[in-house]
Design a protein around this ligand. Structure first.
Ligand SMILES: [Cu+2]
Length: 564
């Protein structure tokens, strides 16, 4: 009896190990790519753009050895993976590790726990994530059923942004001048701009489907600076997952997806198979700024179609909302609900309110390229986050190294003003430059209210991302968050709010999120528009250890990249 049980165990172990690898090697290297009639070298993982799909079962631990064979620093982030007790593998450069230098290696231990659907990985050093990214498919354990119809096929779909210039030059230039970065030259679907762009007829994403089958699109917005609308002509999309968690099925004719967000979407191949259908993505953009307003297009065709090899360029286009259609964008965001009810912490132990703003810094002789010769910046609670440059915050915390960061990030905006007024006094535009973290006790239940402001340019949407946690988005609103005597939870959804790691704060609006601080470590929070992250729209949470051994940060790995 025992013997046969052991055999069953061995057999299942055999199958399990055969299906999904637990050790991957990512060799980061430069490879030439040609797009839009122009060739440049880009950073890739194993020579591929976008990078490979990782697969894991729920609760797995996998190891990814990153070999830096490029000529710039790299780190890797496992976006949406909570990494319980393991901030050593979180990835953000000089926040939780020093970079992996050219010629060096580091093995990330990626600990999955409560994640269920699709998350992704990307580089987290300067703007290297522009081309260094890929999806992570999570599967339920063998006998556990999916809460939706099992699809016949899975389709990875990565929305991205492409510059003809070397991205390093784009970054170097806007940091040097203080102005806004050059907008990208194309949007991409799985790396392909699509036939609306010059020289791109053969650089178009094709999806061949079979009539009657169901496809599970596992998608991410990997663009650097753009929220995107996406749709497929004549086909309804059914959202069943977001940011690694199941959602209530939501039928949509278009979706809105912010940088950093992942979605699981079911597509039924139920239309006339003789026709060609286009999928398309383009920007959702508020505010008075220049942006890439082009459209990336992919082709959906039915395998059975007799026209399969012809008439590629006579398909139907989907309807996408207009660029600045906030009600369309947030109409989608706010319809996403968790599959489950009653999981939100009702009692909170700490409320933190923070503004997020675009700011300006004075330059000598007004010599910078921002508005009125100033330098563009960004802040949370008026602190423009300064990233350390020699030691990472995690190491400084763990080894008690003084002078790397302060612990005075305020629980409340330092100045109360009409955050969303049309005209703002100029003195409010200047932030304080500092490296201040927020220290939270283990087990605290945090409510974080993030208030957008109209400073500099009248306000923008901001996709805010937190490492180390998923959070419940209990409230989203326009205008100023009302700090009143009455219980603000009357404005909230405490029943089935979405459980996410990235949520977009509407232009001149706010979000309220809740999470239980039961993951000890050092965890970055930042705007997932990379230009805003570069400008300092960031904060770091330090969650202290609990009293029990299983409530404490794991010991550091032996091969942690050294700091210089
Ligand atoms: Cu932002």
């Amino acid at each position: 009896m025992l013997h046969s049980l052991f055999n069953v165990f061995l057999i299942s172990l055999f199958f399990y190990n055969n299906c999904i690898a637990h050790h991957y090697t990512f060799t980061v290297k430069e490879v030439p790519y040609t797009k839009l009639c122009s060739t440049k070298k880009i950073l890739t993982v194993n020579g591929h753009f976008p990078g490979p799909v990782l697969k894991a079962y729920k609760g797995d631990t996998i190891y990814v050895t990153v070999r830096n064979r490029a000529n710039e620093n790299i780190t890797m982030h496992w976006h949406g993976v909570e990494q319980p007790r393991n901030p050593w593998s979180a990835g953000p450069e000089y926040i939780t590790q020093c970079p992996i230098r050219p010629g060096s290696d580091f093995t990330y231990k990626v600990i999955f726990s409560i994640e269920d659907t699709t998350v992704w990985w990307h580089a987290h050093s300067s703007w290297t994530r522009a081309t260094v990214h890929g999806l992570i498919f999570i599967y339920p354990w063998l006998a556990e059923p999916l809460p939706f119809l099992e699809a016949d096929h899975e389709v990875p779909l990565i929305l991205g942004e492409w510059w003809k210039k070397d991205v390093r030059e784009v970054v170097e230039e806007f940091i040097r001048t203080g102005g806004a970065p050059n907008v990208s030259d194309a949007l991409t679907i799985n790396g392909h701009p699509g036939f609306l762009y010059p020289c791109s007829k053969s650089d178009t994403f094709h999806l061949a489907v079979q009539e009657g089958k169901t496809y599970r699109i596992r998608m991410v917005n990997a663009a650097m600076n753009l929220i995107l609308f996406f749709a497929i002509a004549n086909h309804t999309l059914t959202v069943v997952g977001a940011d690694g968690h199941y959602t209530k099925p939501l039928n949509a004719t278009y979706i809105t997806i912010s940088p950093g967000e992942t979605l699981d979407v079911l597509l039924q191949a139920d239309q006339n198979p003789e026709n060609t259908y286009y999928m398309a993505a383009r920007a959702y953009q508020t505010g008075n700024i220049t942006f890439n307003n082009s459209t990336t297009v992919g082709v959906l065709r039915y395998i059975s179609s007799s026209k399969a090899k012809t008439s590629l360029f006579s398909g139907s286009y989907p309807n996408l909302p207009f660029y600045n259609d906030t009600s369309a964008a947030f109409g989608f965001f706010t319809k996403i609900k968790s599959l489950f009810s009653g999981q939100v912490p009702v009692q909170i132990s700490r409320r933190i309110i923070t503004t997020i703003s675009i700011n300006l810094l004075r330059c000598p002789q007004n010599s910078c390229a921002g508005p009125n010769g100033s330098r563009l910046a960004a802040s949370m609670n008026n602190i423009s986050f300064v990233t350390p440059s020699h030691v990472d915050i995690l190491k400084a915390y763990y080894l008690h190294i003084k002078g790397v960061y302060g612990t005075r990030f305020p629980d409340f905006p330092p100045l109360i003003f009409n955050f969303t007024a049309e005209n703002q006094p100029l003195f409010l535009q200047t932030p304080r430059l500092a490296t201040e973290v927020k220290v939270v006790e283990f087990g605290e239940v945090v409510e974080l209210v993030i208030q957008g402001t109209s400073l500099v340019g009248g306000g923008l949407d901001h996709p805010m991302h937190l490492h180390g946690f998923s959070f419940f988005v209990v409230g989203v609103g326009l205008g100023n968050y009302k700090i009143s005597d009455e219980d603000p939870s009357s404005m909230y959804n405490l029943d089935d709010p979405p459980y996410k790691n990235t949520m977009t704060v509407p232009r001149n609006g706010w979000i309220a999120i809740r999470f239980a601080a039961v993951n000890p470590g050092v965890w970055f929070m930042h705007c997932h528009f990379d230009r805003h992250q570069t400008w300092g729209m960031n904060v770091v949470f330090i969650v202290k250890n609990g009293i029990w051994p299983n409530q404490q940060i794991l010991p550091p790995p032996d091969d942690l990249p050294p700091c210089h």
